[in-house]
Ligand binder design. Structure first.
Ligand code: MN
Ligand code: MN
Length: 317
């Protein structure tokens, strides 16, 4: 069977055609796919500005300009992987606790077909139910978590399920290989001076944003690849890891963040890892009037596709 290709700009104007990720064919399920682009239109787990329920739609729209070949890395993902957009998970927008179970069930289905899920969020709550499904399939996994925030709160407003809690819940559920968890880009103000140490005390590696300033993150990623080895890895990318100068369209903005090129170095630095899933979360279109935040999110999701196992890379320079 020939591989699905994105609808090209010479076949249909970029502003027309299907509103799927990269204008790929849509599919009813992940059956027969290597990669399933999936939306989770959710913002009922957010603590500050809302709007990420509109994220998947806007990421799909802004992905329309993406062409199939990665000129920086040589990756040609659509020549090697069968990809489609399987639409959105039908969360219950009136019930967050029901929604996380709906998400786990949906990802059980995706993973049962052997497809790698690449997810468009949605607020960061969604990563916990995805990791629960991943654990059933792969066991505990390594985690690369790019974010301004640690997202390891025990509770928020007394609740265990919220966008500031997913990695605490995933840790409780035994979803993570604690010596292979990397949090990159953390910064801002905290509730206590030791807020970022909870993960460190569990064996996680926490790289705060200030340690990233003014330098290439390629050496950091080489170190992370060496530490992860062959273990299965999940990549969770919160768009608020980027400085708001680049990506203002998100709910919980913190200045002093990563640059776009550092974000690209992180994702491209995942080439060679055994990636088994990834997400791009927290794009909030109401705070993104230019569309740039969604556009960067779409590009980062494409870059994740380009580093999946089975996609050859040009040799690292
Ligand atoms: Mn987050
Ligand atoms: Mn965040």
């Amino acid at each position: 069977m020939p591989f699905n290709q994105p609808l090209g700009g010479n076949e249909m104007p970029r502003f027309g055609g299907p509103v799927t990720f990269m204008r790929l064919p849509s599919a009813a399920s992940a059956e027969g796919l290597d990669v399933a682009f999936t939306g989770i239109p959710m913002d009922i787990g957010t603590s500050n500005r809302p709007g990420t329920r509109l994220g998947p739609r806007q990421i799909r729209d802004e992905s329309r300009m993406l062409r199939p070949y990665n000129m920086a890395t040589g990756a040609a993902p659509f020549d090697h992987l069968q990809c489609a957009d399987i639409g959105d998970v039908a969360i219950n927008t009136f019930d967050l606790k029901k929604s996380v179970d709906i998400i786990t069930a949906a990802y059980d289905g995706i993973l049962s077909h052997g497809a790698i899920p690449l997810t468009m969020g949605g607020d960061h709550t969604l990563t916990w139910p995805i990791l629960r499904a991943i654990r059933k399939k792969h066991g505990p996994v390594a985690l690369i978590h790019v974010d301004a925030h640690a997202d390891i709160n025990d509770t928020m407003f007394g609740e265990k399920v919220a966008h500031g809690c997913p990695f605490r819940r995933a840790w409780e559920d035994g979803c993570l290989l604690n010596d292979k968890v990397f949090q990159i880009g953390l910064r801002g103000t905290g509730y206590g001076p030791d807020d970022f140490d909870w993960g460190r005390n569990n064996g996680w590696t926490v790289v705060q944003a200030e340690e990233c300033w003014h330098r290439s993150l390629a050496p950091l990623m080489a170190d992370i690849r060496a530490k992860i080895g062959d273990a299965p890895v999940y990549l969770s990318y919160d768009i608020d890891s980027l400085d708001p100068a680049f990506a203002p369209g998100t709910g919980t903005v913190e200045p002093g963040g990563l640059t776009i090129w550092q974000g690209l170095e992180i994702v491209r630095g995942c080439a060679g890892l055994n990636l088994i899933g990834g997400d791009l979360v927290e794009v909030s279109p109401p705070y993104d009037p230019s569309g740039n935040t969604a556009l960067i999110g779409a590009n980062l999701l494409y870059e994740m596709l380009c580093v999946l196992p089975g996609v050859p890379q040009r040799k690292r320079g």
